[in-house]
Design a protein around this ligand. Structure first.
Ligand code: THU
Length: 136
């Protein structure tokens, strides 16, 4: 699947963001090796700490449906759902990606549906702590 198509799905997912506290809306679209796409949005909570990011929503949806091999993820986000820059995943989401993906996993950071960049997990989380480190 082309990056553009995945980015469009991330923008669509961003519309479902539940972000009444930050008003910062994020969308993600994750492509599995089997060709399925799982989307996610951020979901906030009045108690704050139970909030979850869009990327983890997408990854956990996929894992809960038996998919653990991923090719790439597209992400976008911005205040009131209006991105003003390329969107780079937070550190916690990068760590969750490292649980399932290698350094070559592609992260498509989008500013608009026509303006996006490609990075790898290896670039975004060098020297990652991975399952192999604890013998898995
Ligand atoms: N957020 C994400 O969804 N993904 C990230 O990678 C960083 C932050 C969300 C969490 C929170 O709902 C809002 O953006 C503001 O931090």
């Amino acid at each position: 699947m082309e990056n553009k198509e995945l980015v469009l799905k991330a923008f669509e997912a961003m519309r479902s963001a539940y972000a009444p506290y930050s008003d910062y809306k994020v969308g993600a679209a994750l492509l599995t090796e089997s060709g399925r796409v799982f989307t996610g949005c951020n979901i906030e909570n009045a108690a704050y700490s139970p909030s979850v990011c869009a990327e983890r929503t997408a990854i956990f949806k996929a894992v809960s449906e038996g998919e653990t091999k991923f090719l790439k993820i597209a992400v976008c986000g911005g205040k009131d759902g209006e991105p003003d820059d390329y969107f780079y995943p937070c550190g916690v989401c990068r760590q969750v990606m490292a649980e399932f993906c290698g350094a070559d996993f592609v992260i498509v950071t989008a500013k608009t549906s026509d303006d996006f960049r490609e990075s790898t997990l290896g670039e975004m989380l060098p020297s990652a702590f991975t399952p192999e480190k604890i013998g898995n």
